[in-house]
Design a protein around this ligand. Sequence first.
Ligand code: IVH
Length: 668
Amino acid sequence: MSPKEEIEQLRRELDQHNYNYYVLNQPTISDFEFDQKMHQLEDLEMFYPQYADPNSPTQRVGSDLNQSFKAVAHKYPMLSLANTYNEQDVRDFYNRVKEGLEGEDFEICAEMKYDGLSISLTYVDGALVQAVTRGDGVKGDDVTNNVRTIRSIPLKLREGSGYPHEFEIRGEILMPWTSFEKLNEERAKREEPLFANPRNAASGTLKSQNSRVVAERGLDAYLYYLLGDEIPSDGFHYENLQQAASWGFKISQGMKKCKTIEDVLAFIDYWDTERKNLPVATDGIVLKVNSLRQQRHLGFTAKSPRWAIAYKFKAERACTRLNEVTYQVGRTGAVTPVANMDPVQLAGTMVKRASLHNADVMEELDLHIGDMVYVEKGGEIIPKVVGVDKTQRQPGLQKVQFIKTCPECGAELVRFEGEAAHYCPNDSACPPQIKGRIEHFISRKAMNIDSLGPETVDDYYKRGLIHDVSDLYTLTIADICGVNKNRVKSAQKVVDGVKSTLQVPFERVVFAIGIRFVGETTAKLLARRFKSMDALRNATMEQLMEVDGVGQVIAESVVKYFQDLKNVEIVEKLAGFGVQMQLSEEHLSEQTDKLAGKNIVISGVFQHHSRDEYKAIIEQNGGKNVSGISKKTSFILAGDNMGPSKLEKAQSLGVSIVSEEEFLAMLK
Ligand code: IVH
């Protein structure tokens, strides 16, 4: 076989395995074999760059190159669908179609309405050439590089499947629930803002400038609309999509042709509960006239087709009056608008406040004080305002404008490029920011002063006793009691609590000082790498980013923190009071580099130390404890009763197994 043929064959094989895994959910080879083939192909492609192909399966990992998106005009505008919310609306739609078709027989294709973001994919000669977001429906962003990393989107269509020379296929890009939960867990650990729902997460991801990030986030795609000059004009939507499935696309779950309105209603009824078992978010059912000829006959209104409609599942929704919009300022200064409404029953609870997220969301809703607004509890926990019933709007109501200044301190708000939120920049004098930082400092995982809580912090702050965390260390019993002598006992506890923080290890101090994005785990990593506050303060971007788990965002945040002289002053005061500013002697003497660069899996039951102790030992010696066995695993620290499947995997990957005794001997 020539190298070219070998490359082509490997690409075909890997495409097939991707399809088996990501579209059919039925892998036929192990991850290991897959990785091996992928490496083989990578090597060949490196050797023979003349055969490079942007649609090769090796290109699905993305690239760190920064990209900006080009605006592209859609060949056919991307319209939206009219929404309906109840059975009567569905019956009305059905009857309109019937009338429009003047008594001709027709079928309705029922399918899921996916709650992600729409995408239009163009294929020429069986290869993906362009992926464009909906944008304003006329023009969208070219996000081809990012879309290439989505494993369930075919880069090359399956051979011999008779696809047209050129066509467009539209669908929805989604983040499955499992990926969404994992992503938010990771973000919580790093103290980054959480995504409210999978749709926002998918949208944020797809617009990422860095396609490697997209590749790691596990996006998925379902396709629901085929277009193009070569699509036979006397064909049928359902049959077209079945064809598309044979070319390698994922199509709607449970798609069904309905002959009567009863069939349609039964479909809706079934999926209203069954959708909860799907791996991705859906928010309704889409009904489409199946015959393309009949679709053309029915045509479009200015905004949407007359041959299709969306039935939205009843997200638990209520309608109530908007009385006021207030604004909350968080520890980081982010300002969140909140709708205050007449109390209303929603999904089992009484709701009177709902999030409005940010200025853009508010503007889009076009809110007026006194409006009747729809509130929903959807995939997210906090209820949100989703719309306004404009038919009930009274004349003369005043439109809500996002505030320009901080409601807490009056500072002029700022908005950073590319961010949706407004911030109060007055971090040194804005009360909720000050109190928030102190609350963080005293929290359990930070300095753990359990004799203090948010109410006491608020009280001390209002009485002018504390402005920043260093003031905690000069509090006296007399200060705390003030005129109230009954407080002596609790005051003593506070003073003792503060004193006890002098024992808190350096790692937790790094967490407690509240560097943005530095969570508990990152703080530990930084403390172990830099060993003292002075070293951390003087660390460069490059040195910071060398730490495993520290990327650009965290590194920048650390540098920025220490550039602010107010922070430096606080840290110096804390040092003066005796707060730990370096790793303890004990910790330092226990630290070695003996396991530097090693990824170690712990498995089984141990005699000499617990699993947690082994984890700490690995970290103290510069190694990393990882959970799954892969070819990157350096060795497995195995106790008794290691599972047979793990053993088998280790053997097949050639990963060595180290006993407890051997491991301890290694560190001697
Ligand atoms: S068909 C002209 N089918 O819902 C018809 N849309 O407001 C084009 N959507 O922007 C759309 N699932 O993003 C269609 N099975 C489905 C869908 C679907 C989700 C989205 C799509 C569109 C919006 C309609």
